[in-house]
Design a protein around this ligand. Sequence first.
Ligand code: FES
Ligand code: FES
Length: 164
Amino acid sequence: MSTRRRRLQLNVNGAVHTVEVQTRKTLADTLRDDLGLTGTHLGCEHGVCGACTVLVDGRPVRSCLLLAVQVEGARVETVESLGGPTSLHLLQEAFSAHHALQCGFCTPGILMSAVAFLRDHPEPTPQQVREMLAGHLCRCTGYLSIVDAILAAARALSTARQQP
Ligand code: FES
Ligand code: FES
């Protein structure tokens, strides 16, 4: 197994970080181990559960299936970019208000997919939200709250856009 290392410059959440990693290291492990961004969770580690979803150049990707070396030069967004405890993103507020957090393990990946989805679908139907969520496994199986939260977030984002 290769142990080759490479020094990389990674653009994550708007900041450029220099890391030295083994060329076989995944983006998920690099975010967590080298950048301390532990909001990105690892479930299955083979592309099935969606827990590790982050955005690369604005599109949702499974960070367990990408190598860190593959995203050099790209723009990576993790859940830490959305908001913190004192300044939640409207989507995070909606998850809280609609009890969609449950155990919370799958939540970061769902939030990142939902952020990208809502950019493309500002007025989604419940069916479109369900189809988007098909790529995410929630072991609490409380999907109804998650669908409600994403629909509420779409409404809140629409209202926010209309404000001067
Ligand atoms: S940990 Fe990446 S899809 Fe499950
Ligand atoms: S909230 Fe528990 S796995 Fe999704």
